[in-house]
Design a protein around this ligand. Structure first.
Ligand code: AMP
Length: 552
């Protein structure tokens, strides 16, 4: 039997735009709760969210933003993020999600590659002074005509405030938004999300209304959402898990989105679940590990929880069981996917037995095909045999922004997206993720391509060679480790190299462990054997237990 499974469905796909989906829910349940942003003290009904999205859409039109223009958003979680996503869905501008942890080099690359015309930005986040960073890069971004700052008066690189952008729309006839919407098609690109590459520069996964709306709706259906559900969304909005599965899943079902804080913290998430009576909770494994380990875990009444999704990195079986038992999410699920597939292709179902719900990533979602392919021949392998997971269907991205070569490498001529994840399928279509063929590390849900970190280390004048690997970690799933060979006669400390990286890389890409070496384990053909480095590191760092953790 071949490792092939096509997700059955009795529900047709939606042929709608994001703007239309929002309107339809707002007409169906206008007074139901749509969005709670707890740290901002904002609560909106669907009618209010719909109206505010329209007002912002008018503001975008008043500023000359048109269909196809790229509008960037660089901010932690806030209501403005979602309003911009919804308004873009009406005007047809392509939203470019910028990772809040980016440093200037990463920011400048994303904005210039997609030629962002307008950037909506928070003034700052954690240790990053966004406006100062923007002042530095703005001269190198000729396409960037306007910087809009959230929650503050303009100044420095910020031309306008968010309030002013909205106010500018008052002069625009509401009919203009309807006219702009009439030009849109569900197959139009509406979102660009940057993912680093195994080789060279980050790639902009470009997704259409059809891609992300249908994936979000399909997942909301699996979770059986109605407007009585309240979904706790501590995952960041810049990623598909937050703005797709999270926000759009609520838009398509009428469930309420609950944002606990501007970024994940275990306490604010637990408070949000308890105080807002959330019925569903989303997170990467590290977030659940942190919540369960919180000293105040037992103080929260989490009995409102019914369901949720763990996804984004290998999901430990034991943690899944604890979420079901100790967080009371009896219908908890696991989803598997990647940005390029909008994002989820497989998911467990409520009716799966506990064993399968905690130890597999489920089966293909409705309208989605999954096969496991032999990485060399491309042929579908028999069930029970590991190979590369490939996904096909409405969910496969439009392509990488202005990068046809990378697109052709990722999506084959039959339409299969090659994920670079190694998996095994059983005779019923259930999938286990067993490894990765791509050189990628996932630390606490954030993907890191070692190549990007190695390239920064190579820029250091004293470094002769550097290799970066992921090593197992009980809390983060994986941690980064750099092996560095210095030039003859050079001496250097870990701290010096860390400091060098700090100026050039987002904090999560800075290696936790360092090892100075004179050479690396090589194959006969001279290729670095990263698996050998990993074995050595596990033994030297005493990580055997973390390496044994069983995942779905
Ligand atoms: P991203 O594009 O950021 O969504 O990351 C996608 C990658 O995350 C996939 O290619 C997988 O390597 C990993 N991933 C996502 N979900 C899971 C899961 N449930 N189990 C194991 N790995 C996962």
């Amino acid at each position: 039997m071949r490792s092939y499974y096509s997700g059955p469905s009795t529900t047709p796909l939606l042929g709608a735009t994001i703007g239309e989906a929002l309107r339809s829910t707002s007409e169906r349940v206008p007074d139901a709760l749509a969005l709670v942003s707890r740290h901002q003290g904002v609560r909106l009904t669907w009618r209010e969210l719909d109206q505010q999205a329209d007002e912002l859409a008018r503001g975008l039109l008043a500023s000359g933003i048109q269909k196809g223009d790229r509008v960037g958003i660089w901010s932690p979680t806030c209501v403005e993020w979602t309003l911009l996503q919804m308004a873009s869905g009406r005007v047809g501008s392509i939203l470019v999600n910028v990772n809040p942890a980016y440093r200037t080099a990463e920011l400048s690359y994303a904005l210039s590659h997609s030629a962002v015309r307008m950037l909506v930005t928070a003034p700052r986040f954690k240790s990053s002074d966004y406006l100062a960073m923007l002042s530095e890069v703005r001269p190198t971004l000729p396409a960037l005509e306007c910087v809009v700052v959230i929650g503050e008066a303009p100044g420095g690189p910020a031309d306008r405030s968010f309030e002013d952008l909205v106010a500018g729309g008052a002069a625009v006839d509401p009919q203009m938004v309807r006219d702009a919407e009439s030009l849109l098609d569900p197959d139009d690109p509406i979102n660009i999300q940057y993912t680093s590459g195994t080789t060279g520069s980050p790639k902009g996964a470009t997704l259409t209304h059809h891609n992300i709306l249908n994936n979000a709706r399909s997942i909301a259906d699996v979770l059986e959402y109605t407007d009585a559900d309240r979904v706790c969304i501590p995952v960041p909005l810049y990623h598909c898990f937050g703005m797709g599965i999270g926000s759009l899943g609520c838009v398509t079902s009428g469930a309420a989105m609950v944002y606990p804080a501007e970024s994940f913290e275990p306490e604010t998430t637990l408070d949000a679940i308890a105080e807002e009576s959330c019925t569903s909770i989303y997170g990467v494994p590290t977030m659940f590990i942190a919540m369960l380990a919180s000293p105040r875990f037992g103080d929260h009444d989490l009995r409102s929880l019914r369901t949720g999704i763990m996804a984004g990195a290998p999901c430990p079986v034991e943690i899944m069981k604890r979420v079901v038992n100790e967080m009371h999410a009896s219908e908890m699920t696991i989803a598997y996917g990647m940005t390029e597939t909008s994002p989820a292709s497989a998911m467990t179902r409520r009716w799966d037995d506990l064993e399968r719900r905690t130890s597999t990533v489920g089966t293909a979602l409705p309208h989605v095909e999954i096969k496991i392919a032999d990485p060399l021949s491309g042929g579908t392998v028999p069930t029970g045999t590991p190979g590369e997971l490939c996904a096909r269907g409405y969910l496969v991205m439009d392509g990488y922004w202005r990068n046809p070569e990378a697109t052709a490498e990722a999506i084959d001529s039959c339409g299969w997206m090659h994920t670079g994840d190694l998996a095994v399928m059983d005779g019923d279509g259930y999938v286990n993720i067993v490894g990765r063929s791509k050189d990628m590390v996932i630390r606490g849900g954030e993907n890191i391509y070692p190549r990007e970190v190695e390239e920064v280390l190579f820029q250091h004048p004293g470094v002769a060679s550097a290799q970066v690997i992921g090593v197992p970690d009980e809390r983060m799933g994986e941690e980064l480790m750099a092996w560095v060979a210095l030039d003859e006669g050079q001496t250097m400390t870990e701290e010096q190299l860390r400091g060098f990286c700090r100026d050039r890389l987002a904090h999560f890409k800075i290696p936790r462990y360092w090892k100075f070496v004179s050479d690396f384990p090589l194959t006969v053909t001279g290729k670095v054997q990263k698996f050998k480095m990993r074995e050595i590191a596990v033994a030297e760092l005493g990580l055997e237990e973390a390496a044994q953790i069983e995942t779905a």
